[in-house]
Write a protein that binds this ligand. Structure first.
Ligand code: COA
Length: 115
């Protein structure tokens, strides 16, 4: 978890630093003994899970690491019988390539900041 936190800390603007998913929710990518990528699947119910804390170290970008991590999360979701995944992200291009869409069955996700 300290290595995951260190990776997430590189992207304070894009990624939450508090209330992270528990360690068992994460998949990680390693280069030698170093964690260079991570992604978590936070399962809320059989209906819904969130893809969270996706980060790949800049040196290892554009080699399909994030795609592989997302694929592993999708496989875990399928295995657990989860119907739908969502992600709250600024990297919409990446997620569109991964098959995510803003609109699904004419619905839009809307959020309220409780404060
Ligand atoms: C977004 C991020 C995880 C992508 O990691 P990556 O390992 O470079 O992604 P991949 O190599 O798997 O990219 C898969 C495809 O998406 C494309 N892609 C990657 N980042 C993209 C972006 N920001 N916008 C559009 N396309 C993108 C790649 O070119 C690649 O396309 P290709 O298969 O046609 O070559 C990485 O840039 C990152 O850690 N960013 C900072 C943290 C962040 O913003 N996380 C997401 C918030 S949830």
């Amino acid at each position: 978890m300290p290595s995951i936190r260190a990776l997430l800390k590189l992207y304070p603007e894009q990624l939450a630093q508090q209330n992270l998913p528990r360690i068992s929710s994460f998949f990680v990518a390693a280069a030698g003994d170093r964690i260079v990528g991570c992604c978590a699947l936070q399962i809320y119910s059989k209906r819904l899970a969130e893809l969270r804390s996706l980060a790949v170290h800049s040196t290892f970008r554009r080699h399909g690491v994030a795609s592989r991590l997302v694929e592993l999360c999708k496989q875990r979701a399928r295995a657990r019988g989860v119907k739908e995944l969502f992600a709250v992200t600024s990297q919409t291009g990446f997620f569109e390539r991964a098959g995510f869409a803003t609109f699904r069955r004419e619905k839009t996700a809307m959020f309220f900041d409780v404060g």
